[in-house]
Design a protein around this ligand. Structure first.
Ligand code: SF4
Length: 405
């Protein structure tokens, strides 16, 4: 079935499009740097979660050359809480490549963009279409949903991705592919939503096969998800004179290069149990318990002032654990004698662990985020969480599930 989506969709978009900080007004020049930055940030997360990060990044590093000169640790700290930390490392690598090899200008073709670090099929198409006006087929989770409904695709995700891409290709106009892609994303975010599509307000209602069948929310079909494995680990809050011991994680691997609480017992101390945090990563769910102690003898290490922990750039998992540590400080805990503490397994639960690491059955929780990275851009990340750390004067943004450009 041929569907002419472009004209009614663009009429609707001209009036109802979302106002987003990386979008320009008609007639204003588009800055490829801002488009690239927003697209990288929006992978696997939401517009609401991204807004404050985008504003911080563009204020601190207004050009790709400025970002290329930033120390990686500073960029990682500014990214903290947004998750998918491999993207932050690729962000720096990509900025260095654009500044060093392309004279500070992003290449304007999908093919050349895909050669840059961290840019896969989706991101290359989005930059080529939105920033450079190239005809490119831009398919994110919102577009997948709209297209699967328009054509009532009976194949299930993720196996249907190529089919959906081909169908999106048939819809994409020769001119204005960037606006068309953003219009489809907005439609998916605002009207063709996962659970309650507002078909009476939809500019494509007359051409929609799923609507004609009477159950559009049935699409896209999804293959049953495999349960996530569960891991368990221990983190340590060791305090001395108003400071807490942090470690810098190895540069490669999960949360690579980020500051964190130690996962290995850092000292012989009277440890107290301070509860546990449940956290969901892309490929596993984690229960991380926290042991806390004070020490009179601060050894070598990175001792960070507790009242300035909000500036440390802790990733969400460790920020949540730090919040437990802050609660523990206020509760005058009774230390357990060493013998009473259930000794922690050796090895990092994040890196897959060694020796005693426990792997348990199905994950109790399932991430129901709508944003999905294209299969060509595999990601390992933590799920973003809403939390406040009043003791540190820091409140990471509360993410809203659903992705858009
Ligand atoms: S008619 Fe309904 S199901 Fe079809 S594209 Fe529009 S909002 Fe989605």
């Amino acid at each position: 079935m041929a569907v002419d989506a472009s004209e009614p969709l663009m009429r609707w978009f001209a009036v109802d499009k979302r106002r987003l900080p990386w979008r320009t007004l008609p007639g204003e020049p588009v800055d490829p740097y801002r488009i690239w930055l927003s697209e990288v940030m929006l992978q696997q997360t939401t517009v609401a979660a991204v807004r404050p990060y985008f504003e911080t990044f563009t204020r601190r590093w207004p050009t790709v050359e400025a970002l290329a000169t930033a120390p990686e640790a500073e960029v990682m700290a500014a990214w903290a809480g947004l998750g998918y930390y491999a993207r932050a490392r690729n962000l720096v690598a990509c900025a260095l490549a654009v500044a060093g090899e392309h004279g500070g200008r992003f290449p304007d073709s999908e093919e050349a963009l895909r050669k840059l670090p961290g840019i896969g099929r989706y991101t290359a198409a989005a930059i080529a279409a939105i920033a450079f006006g190239r005809r490119a087929v831009v398919v994110d989770a919102n577009v997948e949903r709209v297209v699967s409904r328009l054509f009532a695709v009976e194949e299930a995700l993720p196996g249907s991705r190529e089919t959906l891409y081909r169908l999106a290709d048939t819809l994409t106009p020769a001119e204005g592919a960037g606006d068309f892609a953003q219009a489809l994303m907005d439609l998916g975010s605002m009207i063709c939503t996962p659970r309650l599509p507002d078909c009476p307000r939809c500019p494509l209602a007359g051409a929609c096969a799923a609507r004609a069948q009477g159950a559009p929310e049935r699409y896209p079909l999804k293959a049953a998800k495999k349960p996530k494995p569960r891991r368990a680990g221990t983190a340590y809050w060791l305090e001395h004179d108003g400071r807490v011991l942090l470690v810098r994680r190895p540069p490669k691997g999960l949360l690579g290069g980020m500051l964190a609480l130690p996962e290995e017992e850092p000292a012989d101390a009277d440890w107290s149990e301070a509860g546990a945090v449940e956290h969901v990563f892309t490929h596993f769910a984690l229960t991380m318990r926290l042991l806390c102690a004070k020490t009179e003898a601060a050894g070598d290490g990175l001792w960070h002032p507790i009242d300035r922990l909000g500036e440390a750039g802790l990733p969400t998992l460790f920020a949540r654990l730090a919040m437990r540590g802050a609660e523990w400080r206020t509760q005058s805990p009774l230390p357990l004698r060493n013998a009473q503490v259930n000794r922690a397994p050796r090895g990092s639960a994040l890196s897959g662990g060694q020796g005693d690491l426990r792997m348990e059955g199905p994950a109790a929780r399932r991430w129901e985020g709508e944003g999905t990275a294209p299969a060509s851009e595999p990601l390992i990340s933590e799920q973003s969480h809403s939390l406040t750390l009043p003791a540190f004067g820091w409140a990471p943004p509360s993410p809203e599930m659903g992705k858009g450009s």
